[in-house]
Design a binder for this molecule. Structure first.
Ligand code: NAP
Length: 442
């Protein structure tokens, strides 16, 4: 029976493992550098998006198969090289995603008060490597979120959501405590283009207008005169514009007006390209843009200052290279053709490291299946040359690699549910790596 290694236990990796095992009957080992599986389902999807996070239950089923093993806390590239992996398995599929942030390249960007959204998301989801932003939230009233995508919307919503609602999530206790003590009153969402160019989806956008005690402000002059023309046939854009037009009609007159002290505000600043951040002056300078006839934007030479105690840069995720694999450093992906990595045999990719950071979780299923089909077309021609699964575990042991298997994850899962129950919550994420490893190995 052929044996395949999958590197990355996020949605793409687990969907690949499912297809490799159920459709092709291969044995699959899924490796992850983290002690726990699920990738962005655990460390990306917002904790208050319960239904999207419940995809985890479906993904869990894959690991129940006797053909699929989870090997967490194994860092490919450090604990095991890519060359070793290639020699141990009949084929390897890399699905390790895009974990880094993209830079804006503006003065002042590197400052303790200028945070990549990727890091902020890691923090509120309880990623073991996250920095702690609690103190920053306790001392900041005005936050700027740069970007008009779904991550920007997630970050914005969580910054102003009521603590009662946040308590229903599985955020770690220290994160919940920080949100409770947060001084944030006003979130400015800054985009370099217009409402019709935003990449957020309508369901996510609409939620901003449904938050208790939160006023949404946008300048009606930023909305296109004709929604139908502006949307150019995109139903999502059409629906987004409808939502924003309703907001602007509801609040157009009060744009910029000081609201009662108890309400928080989300204010959109479209057509505003960030130029520099001054953390001492606590302001972000933006250049006002204008729309050209060809639907692109150009600078007007007019600059504005937006108050900012913190800037959160939500301008996209970025894939990282892995030693031994080719890398396209313009696209930040592993170059491939139909899922097969260029220049290497029996090596495949799926998910964000294949196509870049776009799409919803379900997009990864189709993508992973396509890559698996490429792999199977090559592999089914050959006899297995893989080494025994027991042998792989022995090598890891001999190197002192404390891998977490699926039984270990089940113990972590039970511990998180028990921790939650102790404080009347459904679950509380354990964020300390050592603790996760300790429970996983117990
Ligand atoms: P995204 O949708 O690509 O949005 C990135 C944003 O950053 C865009 O508004 C982009 O503006 C802006 N940007 C890029 N470079 C910039 C610069 N130099 N200056 C100013 N703005 C800049 O990415 P994302 O929000 O990180 O989301 C990643 C993927 O995950 C998306 O497919 C998203 O839908 C998905 N996701 C889904 C959900 C959900 O379904 N609930 C939640 C979170 C994430 P331009 O358009 O002008 O380039």
């Amino acid at each position: 029976m052929s044996r395949v290694a999958v590197v990355g236990a996020g949605p793409a990796g687990i969907y690949a493992a499912e297809h490799l095992s159920t459709v092709h009957g291969y044995q699959v080992d899924v490796f992850d550098a983290l002690p726990v599986p699920f990738g962005l389902v655990r460390y990306g999807v917002a904790p208050d998006h319960f239904s999207i996070r419940s995809v985890r239950d479906k993904l869990t089923d894959t690991f129940e198969s006797p053909l699929v093993r989870f090997r967490g806390n194994v860092h490919i590239g450090t604990d095991v090289s890519t060359a070793e992996l290639a020699s141990w398995y009949d084929a390897v599929m890399y699905t390790y995603g895009a974990s880094a942030d993209r830079a804006l390249g503006i003065p002042g960007e590197v400052s303790p008060a200028s945070i990549p959204a990727t890091e902020f998301v890691k923090w509120y989801t309880g990623h073991p490597d996250a920095q702690d932003f609690g103190e920053l939230l306790r001392t900041s009233e005005q936050v700027i979120v740069i970007g008009l995508g779904n991550v920007a919307v997630d970050v914005t919503r969580l910054l102003v959501k009521s603590i009662v609602e946040l308590r229903a999530t599985d955020m770690p206790d220290h994160v919940l405590d920080s949100f409770e003590k947060s001084a944030v009153r006003h979130v400015h969402v800054v985009g370099r283009r217009g409402p019709q160019h935003a990449t957020f989806t309508t369901k996510e956008l609409k939620e901003l207008g449904e938050l208790e005690g939160v006023e949404v402000i946008l300048d009606p002059r930023d909305l296109p005169a004709d929604d139908a023309i502006a949307s150019s046939g995109s139903k999502v854009v059409e629906r987004n514009l409808k939502v924003m037009r309703q907001w602007s009609q509801g609040h157009g007159e009060s744009h910029g007006e000081v609201l009662n002290a108890s309400s928080k505000k989300i204010e959109f600043h479209f057509y505003s390209t960030p130029q520099s951040f001054d953390s001492k002056q606590r302001s972000l300078i933006v250049e006002r843009m204008q729309l050209s006839s060809d639907n692109t934007v150009m600078g007007t030479g007019t600059y504005e200052s937006i108050p900012a105690d913190i800037v959160i840069r939500s301008v996209g995720y970025r894939g990282l290279p892995l030693e031994g694999l080719p890398f396209n450093d313009r696209m930040n992906v592993i170059p491939s053709h139909e899922g097969k990595v260029e220049g290497l045999s029996e090596t495949y990719v799926a998910g964000w490291i294949k196509r870049g950071p776009s799409g919803i979780i379900g997009t990864n299923k189709k993508d992973a299946v396509a890559s698996v089909e490429s792999l199977a077309a090559d592999l089914n021609e050959r006899q297995s040359v893989a080494i025994d699964s027991q042998e792989i575990d022995e090598i890891l042991h001999a190197r002192g690699v404390k891998y977490i298997d699926f039984e270990g994850w089940k113990r972590i899962n039970a511990a998180e549910i028990a921790l939650g129950a102790s404080k009347d919550r459904a679950r509380t994420t354990i964020h300390e790596r050592e603790k996760l490893i300790e429970i996983g190995l117990s």
